[in-house]
Every structure is written in structure tokens, then in C-alpha cells.
Write a protein that binds this ligand. Structure first.
Ligand SMILES: [Zn+2]
Length: 364
């Protein structure tokens, strides 16, 4: 898979118009309500039916009424989709990009598109100090291209380091598990037309991210350090799919503060998100249509907003890429210690949380 944003911009400059699929429209922005409902989100006009905290309470009360099977029903999937889709678009460095989903999923780029930017991750404030929620902007980078069968390919190239990789069997295991994680994304894609490729590459192969693998650290910073145990755990492919979800610009949906400190009544109440979905709960493999839209809409807008006069965009894109590499060091947003057995609850660690919060704000 050849990757070159310079090639793309260069070749596009020769075309009078970007080449889209036959039935693709103008890719003009549409209203939120219209786009969200196409993605299975429940909307009321331009708004979601519930606010996040209200929906948390509603679903949490359902759970308390001892109907444990609610976790299989996904009764509020549309409401959670609406809340998250709205928040993720708003927190994206590319927020002014809301083309019609039916056009986005029919995108047919002529050349590979390198996508990069930043997505905001929100940590609930500190309730006793009454601080507002904090937002940390974290990088994403990946490539979107099409193949001969007109499938849309999404590729993320990761350069893994760490002494653990000196063992050839460990190195082989990495790609095996990346393939499984890619399959999780591909299999559930709309109409099965999106194919995901997560590749372990050398430093010389222009990786999108560099990640150090460490043994038994019990935490993952998606763009910096992963616990190697992830590659051995039964649910490891799901968690890898979750981490690479971040690389493709979808933030954590759970509330890290509450999840670390409060340990309230049940999973819904702790996490305040749809616990069936991969970006809320990294042990599970379920994806939702809005994940795919978030990833692909950026490629649609890269085509739409490109013009031959925007040569400086190439420079800007290269700047962002070097920035992406620069920030892959240093602790920022870490996901939960997912290598523990999934159902086990962690103990509250208030000081740990404050320390990490401090590190995040330093790195933002
Ligand atoms: Zn995460």
C-alpha cells in the first residue's frame, strides 16, 4: 500500500474535480439531525433525545431493577449513538465536516488519502473541587484508499519497539493479533465495504504511530506504550481494536474520572456510556455505524475541501505528521488497565488519578 500525501495532492491538482463514486453528491455539510438518523442515532430535530447524564440514570435504573439482560438488548443504542456522534464531531479538529453519510460511504478516492488531526478526550472534572471537565487533544493518523473491488481500505501503520520483540515468536504474534483486530472492524463495517489493515511496520516505512511494548504494565497509552500481555489475552484483539480506534480518531467514551474513583452501582453508572460498544468498553468487540462515519467523513472532506491553490496544505499536513510523531512520547491519555480480568473491579486510586490528570494537562 503506497502512502504519500504529496502524491495525492500532486495528482489531484491535475483534476478539475475530485473523483467520487457515481452516485455521490456534492459532499456538502448537512444538518446533524439528518446525518445522525442515517447512522441509527435517535434524534429529536437537531438534538439527541437525552443528555448523557439523564440517559445514564435511565439505563442504570433499568439495570438496578435486576434485569441483567438489558446488556444484551442494547435498548438505548440509538440514544448513545446520538450523544457520542455529536460530541466526537464537536471535539474533532475537523469539526466542520458533516457530509451526508450515504455519500461518505460511497466515497471513491482516486489516490490514497493520508488523514491526520486531533480529537478531544474528556476527563470529568474533580467533583469535590467543582472543576469543569477537562479536554485533551490527542492525535489521529491513518490512510484511506480504495481497491479494485471498490472497497474502502483504512490502513494504520504502527512501528512497535521494545526488547520483548527480540523473540521472533512475539514479533509474529503482534501481526497475528493486529489482523484479528482489523477483522473486528472490517466485519461490522456498513455493507461490509470497508476493509481495515493494521500493519506492524519498520521505522523506515513511515509509520503513523510508534508504540513501545512493555511486559505487564497493566495500562495502555494508545500512542505511546502498550502492555504486551494484550497480545496474549483472550479478549486482546478487542482491546487492540479499541486502541487503534483511537489512532483512527475515536476517543474513549467512558468517563475516566468516575471509572477510576467512584465505582458506582454498575458498569453503566460508572462509565456513563454504552457498555456494549468497543469505544466505551474495550473488552467487547461491538462497533456502531457512527464509528465508521467519523473515520471516513474526514477523507470525504479532504477531497471536498481540496483545491489546486491549496499547496500549503501539503506543508501543513507534513507539519502535523511530524507533530504526531513528536507527541507519541510521553504519558497522556491512558486507557484502563485492561489486561486484568475484564469483570474485576479496580480499587479507587484518587491520588493516582490526580497524578495522571496532571500529566495529561502537562502534555496537552
Ligand atoms: Zn481507550
Amino acid at each position: 500500500m503506497k502512502t504519500s500525501s504529496i502524491l495525492f495532492f500532486g495528482s489531484l491538482a491535475l483534476l478539475p474535480f475530485p473523483v467520487f463514486g457515481e452516485e455521490t453528491g456534492s459532499l456538502a455539510n448537512i444538518e446533524f439531525g439528518q446525518l445522525a438518523s442515517q447512522l441509527g442515532a435517535t434524534t429529536v430535530g437537531e438534538n439527541c433525545r437525552y443528555k448523557k447524564l439523564d440517559l445514564t440514570k435511565i439505563e442504570s435504573d433499568d439495570f438496578s431493577s435486576s434485569n441483567h439482560f438489558i446488556f444484551n438488548q442494547d435498548k438505548y443504542a440509538g440514544d448513545w449513538s446520538c450523544i457520542n456522534l455529536k460530541a466526537h464531531i464537536k471535539d474533532d479538529s475537523l469539526k466542520d465536516c458533516t457530509p451526508n453519510p450515504s455519500d461518505v460511504f460511497q466515497l471513491s478516492p482516486d489516490s490514497p488519502l493520508k488523514i491526520n488531526g486531533k480529537e478531544g478526550y474528556r476527563a470529568g472534572g474533580i467533583p469535590i473541587l467543582n472543576t469543569p471537565a477537562l479536554k485533551f487533544n490527542m492525535p489521529y493518523q491513518y490512510e484511506v484508499s480504495k481497491d479494485k473491488e471498490n472497497n474502502l481500505n483504512v490502513t494504520v501503520k504502527i512501528h512497535f519497539t521494545g526488547s520483548i520483540l527480540k523473540d521472533p515468536s512475539n514479533k509474529a504474534l503482534v501481526q497475528v493479533q493486529l489482523d484479528k483486530a482489523a477483522e473486528v472492524w472490517s466485519k461490522q463495517s456498513p455493507s461490509g465495504k470497508m476493509k481495515f489493515h493494521f500493519l506492524s511496520v519498520e521505522a523506515s516505512e513511515k509509520p503513523d504511530f510508534k508504540v513501545e511494548l512493555k511486559p505487564k504494565i497493566h495500562a495502555h497509552l494508545y500512542n505511546s506504550t502498550w502492555d504486551f500481555e494484550l497480545f496474549k489475552a483472550g479478549y486482546g484483539a478487542n482491546t487492540i481494536a479499541h486502541e487503534i480506534g483511537h489512532m483512527m480518531g475515536i476517543p474513549d467514551e467512558y468517563d475516566p474520572f468516575r471509572d477510576d474513583i467512584w465505582k458506582v452501582h454498575n458498569e453503566v453508572d460508572s462509565r456513563r456510556c454504552n457498555t456494549r460498544g468497543m469505544m466505551c468498553n474495550s473488552y467487547v468487540k461491538k462497533t456502531y455505524p457512527y464509528y465508521y462515519y467519523l473515520i471516513l467523513r474526514r477523507a470525504a472532506c479532504a477531497l471536498r475541501d481540496q483545491s489546486p491553490s491549496q499547496k500549503e496544505t501539503v506543508e501543513k499536513s507534513l507539519d502535523v505528521m511530524s507533530e504526531v510523531q513528536a507527541v507519541t512520547k510521553g504519558p497522556t491519555v491512558d486507557c484502563e488497565p485492561e489486561t486484568e480480568a475484564p469483570p474485576k473491579k479496580k480499587r479507587s486510586k484518587f491520588l493516582d488519578y490526580l497524578r495522571r490528570l496532571f500529566q495529561r494537562s502537562k502534555n496537552d
